[in-house]
Structures are given as C-alpha cells and as structure tokens.
Write a protein that binds this ligand. Sequence first.
Ligand code: SAM
Length: 386
Amino acid sequence: MHKRILDKLICPNSGTTDLKLYSVELTRQDKSVTNLQDENIFPDDDVKSGIIYSSDKKYVYVICEYIPVLLNDTDQDLNHLNSIVTLLKDDLPSELADALQNTSNRIAAQHTSADGDWNREEMKYYDAAVDTEKQRIDMLKSIKTDNLWRIFIPRKQKMIRFLEKNCNGKWIFEIGCGNARTISRIFNPAEYSYNYIGTDISFKRLIVAKMAIPGSDFIQASALNIPVKDNFFDAAISFGMLHHLPRPTEAMNEVDKKLKHEGIFTLHEPVYTSRQFTEKQTAVVRKLFRTYEHSDHDNKINLKETTDTLEKLNYQILNISPYNSLFRVVYEAFMNRVYKSWDRNERLTKAVLAIDNILLNTVVKLSNKLGPQAITITSAKKNQTK
Ligand SMILES: C[S@@+](CC[C@H](N)C(=O)[O-])C[C@H]1O[C@@H](n2cnc3c(N)ncnc32)[C@H](O)[C@@H]1O
C-alpha cells in the first residue's frame, strides 16, 4: 500500500480519518527498507508489511503482501488475521505490538455477525483457487493472456468510455475487483494516468491483482463498508459484484457516499431472467463453458430495482445496455479453447470479431429483446448544489 493513499482511507470500525502507518518492510525505488515510523515514510513508498492504526491506537489493521486488511471487527477472519499478527508482532515497537494484540483479543471476543459469516464464506470461496503461490502465478498468466472479448468489449464500450475521458489524476475505486483482470487489460491506471484503488473481500485474489497492477493499491474490504473517504472519488466501478452481497442496494448507497457530485458509478451485473433456462440448466451451462465463477451466495439482481435505487439516489442514467448471450459464450469458449492464441493473428482477430458482430446484430439482438442475461448501467451523480 502506497503511503499516498493513507489520507484517502477511513477506519472501518470508527470512521476516523486520523490514521497512521508503521512499516515493517516497504519498497522504495525497488529497494527494501525496514522499520519506519509514519513520519519517515514517503508518499510513493509501497508498504509490503506493517500496520495502519488509529492515532489513539484502539484500532489496528494489518498490511501483508502490500494489501491492508481494512475490515471491521465482525468481518475479520480471525485465523487469517492471527497468522499475519504472528508474522508482524516481533518486528513492531512494543507499544504498537501491544495495540495489535489488543485488537486481535477484542476481535476474538466479538460475537460473529451474519454479514461476517457471509463475507468469510466468500473469502474462502474466492481464496481457494489462488491458495498457493503457483496458483497465483498461473492466474496472473491467464489474466494477462485470456481473451475474454465477450466481456472486455462491452465493458470498454459501455462503461470505461465514460471514465477514460479526462481521467488524468482522477481517483477511481472498484468494489469486488477480484484479480482486477478487466482494469489491468482495458483501463490500466499506469497507461491512463489515474489513481485506482481496488477493493475485494478475497485477500488472495488481491495479491494476484497487485501482481497484475503493481503501481496501484488494493484493499481487503467489504463492499458494504468501504473504508475510503466520503465525497472524494470521481468514479466507482463494479463488475459482477453486487449480486454477491446479502443486500446489493445497500452497497449502492455505500458507493454513493464515496462519490463526489457528478461522480460516475458504472456497474455490470447478471440480471435474473427465466428466458432461456431453468436455474439447474443454467448451472450446467456455466460449468460447461466456465462462463462465470459463482459462489453459493448469488443474489438475483432485479433491473428495475437497481435503476430505481440509482434514481432515488439522484443519479442520471447515462447508458443502459443489455449484454451477453449464450451464443457468444459458446463461440468465445470454442475459439479460446481450440486456438487460444487467435488474437495474436491480426487477420484471424478481424474474422473472429466480425463473426461476433454478426451474432450481436442477429441472434443476440433478438434474444436480448426476450430478456437480457446481463446488463451494464452507467450513471452520474447529479450535482444538487447547482
Ligand atoms: C464474480 S467475481 C467478479 C470479480 C471481478 N470484478 C471480475 O470482473 O473479474 C465477484 C467478486 O466479488 C467479491 N466479493 C464477494 N463478496 C464481497 C464483499 N462483501 N465485498 C467485496 N467483495 C466481495 C469476490 O471475492 C469476487 O472477487
């Protein structure tokens, strides 16, 4: 975590912005530097391990593998937390080591909450595929090369195009970024010169995300309790995230708090439809074509409820597009399996995309009319002071 984002963060328990850093190890211009107090850490230093603490030292949050764990007490996974506490404790000044131990004791004494249990399940589910370093390296390779044009093209055309205009120096965050595959491929912060913070509940996916976009910052956080400053961010992104929450509309309210006037909120969600298949059949299709990784917690996103929530929050809808179809899923899976590196051949790329375009304008158009499988919505927060 770069020191420069510290003043953009808030304590997920108390909401205070009065936070300090202690670095056990950080990277400064490719060199490793150990044991630095807050005042000796530079804005561009990237803290690999250490702690963030409220200045009264009541709340302490660990940083491990560059990822700060900014979860409130009831969302913490005690085993995971304690494994990091053990690594850090001996390297902290005694006063901070005590504060960290007190935090861990306090969390151990808490009753777990229903939301906390839900979140820990999600962490477990999404951590599992990238549990080992080898799995993380393999995933990194695949996010750098897998050609998911069926997802990337609509995300670029219907969502990112609203963010990339004048994005230089702007602050954008993502909820449920996972391994950040879309941002790393189609809206890379280094290329577009904006500040990006990715948040997710899965710590290990975030390690992969950090490997994919090392210059950016990633925070382990719940989308229902986003530990970043209110009224500060220029845009928020959510790709296939809201349906993983117990209360998706609550996350939309939470995102709204973080955006400034005219801030953009862009989201992409599967929407519930009984159009083509029963739920059982859908599960089989997903397994067959590995279209989407779904946990057991999937909620049904209702399109009308989502747009009503945005309107109630005073957002202007800039674009709403139905998206996805089984035909493209099959076609993409077929191409990526039969000839994985098709996109390195310019003529073939043109041909593949031309066929995709034909599909888009024929069967997909027709099937979208019967009820889309997914939707992208981009909206802007109206300026109430005008
Ligand atoms: C289907 S994946 C989408 C990942 C990524 N946005 C993408 O498009 O590849 C859903 C993501 O939501 C995350 N998630 C689930 N519950 C969450 C919560 N309460 N807060 C934040 N992220 C959560 C999961 O860890 C997972 O990375």
